[in-house]
Structures are given as C-alpha cells and as structure tokens.
Design a protein around this ligand. Structure first.
Ligand code: KIV
Length: 284
C-alpha cells in the first residue's frame, strides 16, 4: 500500500489490473480501521440509516445526516478514496439541486459521490455533477432507495427484459462518465455480462465473483448488525458478541463491587497534600 491517497481515476484504472476492495464506514473510529485495512474505497453509505440509526430502510436518511457522518469519516481517512452516498431525494428533483448536494459532500471531505439508478433523469443528474468536476460512482440492480417501487429488497435482473434494462443502464452510466459502478443483488451471470460490457470497474455486493471489485457493509462483515443478513454477507468476525460479553462483564463487576480496583484504577491524595483534617473521619 503506497502512502498516496487513492483518486477516482486510480480506481478507474484498476479495471483488469486487480480486484478493488471497498467497505463502508460511518464515523471516525470505523474510518480509521477501514483505512488501515488497505481498502481502496470507503463509502459513507446511506445504509447508515439501517445499521447506525435503526430505520427499516434508507429512506429517512437526510443530507444533513450524511454530511455529519461524512465529515467524521473524512477526519479518519488518509489513504482510501472517500465516496459519499447521496440520499433519497437529494438528486431526484433537478440537476442543479443534485450538484448543490454533491458539492456539500465534497466540502465535508468526500472525493466523489454515489447515486442510485440509471434511468434518463439519473443520467442527467450524473452529467450535471460531473460537469461540476465531481467524480460519480453509479449503482444499479437492487437500489435500496427504490424499495417501495421494487416491492422490497429483492434480487434484480432475473428475467430477460429486466436484465437487458440493467445492461442498458450500466452502459449509459459508463458513457455519461461514471468512474465505477456498484452492482447490487443481481445474478452472477448478469454481473459478468455487465462487467464485460462497460469500460469502468464494477463493484459487486450480492453480485457474484465476476465483478471488478467487492463491497460489504462494515456492520455486516463484523457481526455488528442483528437485523436481516442477506446470503451474500460473509461475517469475518462476531464483534457484536464480543462487545455484548464485555459490557455484561462490566455490569456484573460494578454490581459485585469489583470495579474499580482501589489501587490500580483509582486516584489517591498524597500524604504530603496536608488534607488529613478533611479526610479524618471518612472511615467512620
Ligand atoms: O449504502 C450502502 O452501504 C451502499 C453499499 C451497499 C453499496 O450503497
């Protein structure tokens, strides 16, 4: 890992060279940990609505919330490319509003933004953001901000018509100038076809091994989220259990009078401080 910060053109140039590793982070400590792992891209995902804020989906996440978390993550990142995930309704109403909101992410420390979908109005927003010199990552397949229209969090592109539509959207995002493209919850065969059809790296989540890179949500990978776990999540640790165990041991130590230890975990006045009179009666 070089000391240089990864840029959007660096990520674009990784296609066909080596797989890209991307992870989410939502605050300063998670950003430090992910950055030190050597990940190429850190996404401040709007998934924070679910894994940090406890909402059932991402639709309640606002621009102010995303900017608050992006600024915290930015303070912890030295190496990875930091991408801010534009929340629902931050790029849907007009290209001008999309540019204003993308600029807020950049001012908070992001070096690119991600938007969901590939229909013509999204392509217009992508073009406007790119015209303001802000790199854009696309995202097609299961786009969680479309959960109402999709009727739930479901694998997309299983039928031929939908698969063709997703290929067309991916190509349109590539042609518009995105530097990379997230493929979420699509069949492996379709992800392979899209990966071969676009000039930019595809980054899969639930899209099989043929993508140019992979992304997972920090809390899923570490076993910190006890909501629904999709089949594509590989849990590399059970940190939630370790935290639960540590917290229970603290509570029982306090209840049993075993914390804090009087010598090693407590402060004492020195004899020379001359406060004998003040503490004289404390034993009684
Ligand atoms: O919000 C998010 O975390 C995402 C990734 C899963 C790609 O969009």
């Amino acid at each position: 890992m070089s000391g240089k910060t990864v840029s959007a053109p660096d990520v674009r140039a990784m296609k066909g060279v080596r797989p890209i590793a991307m992870l989410t982070a939502y605050d300063y400590p998670s950003a430090r940990l992910v950055d030190r792992s050597g990940a190429d891209i850190i996404l401040v995902g709007d998934s924070l609505g679910m894994v940090i804020l406890g909402y059932p989906d991402t639709l309640s996440v606002t621009m102010d919330t995303m900017i608050h978390h992006t600024a915290a993550v930015a303070r912890g990142v030295e190496h990875a490319l930091l991408v801010g995930d534009m929340p629902w309704m931050s790029y849907h109403t007009s290209p001008d509003e999309a540019v204003e909101n993308a600029a807020r992410f950049i001012r908070a420390g992001a070096r690119g933004v991600k938007i969901e979908g590939g229909r013509p109005s999204r392509i217009e927003a992508v073009r406007a953001i790119l015209d303001a010199e802000i790199p854009v990552m696309g995202h097609v397949g299961l786009t969680p901000q479309s959960v109402m229209a999709m009727g739930g969090f479901k694998v997309q592109g299983k039928g031929e018509a939908q698969a063709r539509k997703l290929v067309d959207e991916a190509k349109a995002l590539d042609e518009a100038g995105c530097f990379s493209l997230v493929l979420e919850c699509v069949p492996t065969e379709l992800a392979e076809l899209i990966t071969a059809s676009v000039s930019i790296p595809t980054i899969g989540i639930g899209a099989g091994p043929a993508c140019d890179g992979q992304v997972l949500v920090f809390h899923d990978l570490l076993g910190l989220y006890d909501g629904h776990q999709p089949k594509f999540v590989r849990r590399y640790a059970e940190i939630g259990n370790a935290i639960g165990d540590a917290l229970s041991r603290y509570v029982s130590d306090v209840r049993e009078g075993n914390f804090p230890d009087e010598l090693t975990e407590s402060f004492h006045v020195s004899a020379e401080a001359g406060m004998g009179a003040l503490y004289a009666g404390r034993e009684g």
